[in-house]
Design a protein around this ligand. Structure first.
Ligand code: NDP
Length: 333
């Protein structure tokens, strides 16, 4: 059994964009697992936008990371030793002690990965938290047949699933993303009806061109100018699933809100924020809908994979810069 392992600690709270020096790679002793604990060798770790928020001191819906302590987040690993009879050595488990090569985790906080034959890392992406987030947002936006749906961050982990699930249900889907290559992939690989690069002009103009008759549903991953443009493009009784606002995650001052909030009244709009953690009850129906479509290729999965724990800090920096296509992952094993 390994006696030591390596993990990434928060060295300093970032100001603006995180820097490599905000992270520290540390070698630590590895305790033996006690009763009801598992010793896990991590093989994959997830890199997610919410991790940037936890590097700040402010408490949001989740506690912040502590300076001098390891970061954490979704990870998959192989059980090397078990203090819980429900798990066997060799089981592949999902847990929250990412950002390290090995972890001793509470058995209660781990679950055996079941992807129905799909690659195991889908449990961190298309079939995991981001996929469920996409499904939840569409449910909360009361997606109906015939709706025109706009998804921002559409080439990312959540956005690509939201856009494809809406498309599979027969909706007209428009996506935005940050590079011409991503935009081409949205149209050609993911089958969206229209897509644009938000760097090509004011988002309101780009959206009006892509959806000349307006939109019914906006799945907001980005906030800022995108949200304002979507409110402007909404038809009466439109619904907005407020999932994230990544355009402001590295901001040092709170970004201004949309200037056209009065339209929310006149158009009778619904803006619904949500946190996926509150909606685990939707997981079975999400897997029923997405699982077969993933298996037969009707949903396309894109991943950006970095190798080795050392690569994890830059993977988070790059995620916030838009250098990922699809789910950002670090392969550890
Ligand atoms: P992504 O895979 O979408 O990666 C982040 C993407 O954000 C980048 O690839 C980049 O793509 C885009 N981006 C970065 N900066 C900007 C900017 N200034 N303007 C527009 N786009 C930008 O991440 P996830 O799919 O994991 O997360 C997407 C969103 O969903 C995030 O806001 C996240 O916080 C939120 N989320 C919310 C959850 C909830 O429970 N509410 C749960 C999980 C995620 P590009 O090249 O297109 O700019």
């Amino acid at each position: 059994m390994p006696q030591h392992t390596r993990e990434i600690h928060l060295a300093a709270r970032p100001v603006g964009e995180p820097k490599p020096s905000d992270f520290r790679l540390v070698e630590v002793d590895l305790p033996d697992p006690g009763p009801s604990e598992l010793l896990v060798r991590n093989t994959w770790m997830s890199v997610d936008p919410y991790m940037r928020g936890r590097m700040n001191a402010a408490r949001s819906y989740a506690a912040p990371y502590e300076v001098g302590e390891p970061l954490y987040g979704g990870a998959i690993g192989e059980v090397l030793a078990t203090g819980d009879e429900r798990f066997a050595v060799g089981d592949v488990v999902l847990h929250q002690a990412g950002w390290r090569e090995h972890a001793v985790v509470s058995a209660r906080a781990a679950s055996v990965v079941e992807t129905g034959g799909a690659p195991v890392q889908y449990a961190l992406g298309a079939l995991g938290m981001p996929g469920l987030t996409a499904y939840t947002g569409l449910q909360l936006a009361s997606l109906r047949e015939g709706d025109v749906v706009f998804v921002s961050g559409a080439a990312g982990a959540v956005g690509s699933m939201a856009a494809q699930l809406a498309k599979l249900r027969g909706n007209t889907v428009i996506g935005s993303a940050g590079t011409p290559t991503k935009v081409a992939s949205l149209r050609d690989e993911l089958g969206l009806d229209a897509a644009f690069d938000y760097h090509d002009g004011p988002v309101a103009e780009l959206l009006a061109r892509a959806a000349p008759d307006g939109i019914d549903v906006y799945f907001d991953n980005v906030g800022g100018e995108h949200l304002e443009a979507a409110i402007g493009a909404m038809r009466d009784y439109g619904r907005i699933a407020v999932c994230g606002s990544i355009s402001g995650y590295n901001a040092t001052e709170p970004p201004p809100g949309p200037r056209n909030m009065s339209l929310v009244v006149g158009k009778r709009l619904t803006l619904r924020g949500f946190i996926v953690l509150d909606h685990d009850d939707l997981r079975p129906e999400f897997v029923r809908e997405a699982g077969p479509a993933l298996a037969d290729g009707r949903i396309v999965v894109r991943e950006t994979v970095r190798d080795g724990l050392e690569a994890a800090p830059q993977a988070l920096i790059d995620l916030l810069r838009g250098e990922n296509v699809g789910k950002m992952l670090v392969r550890l094993g």
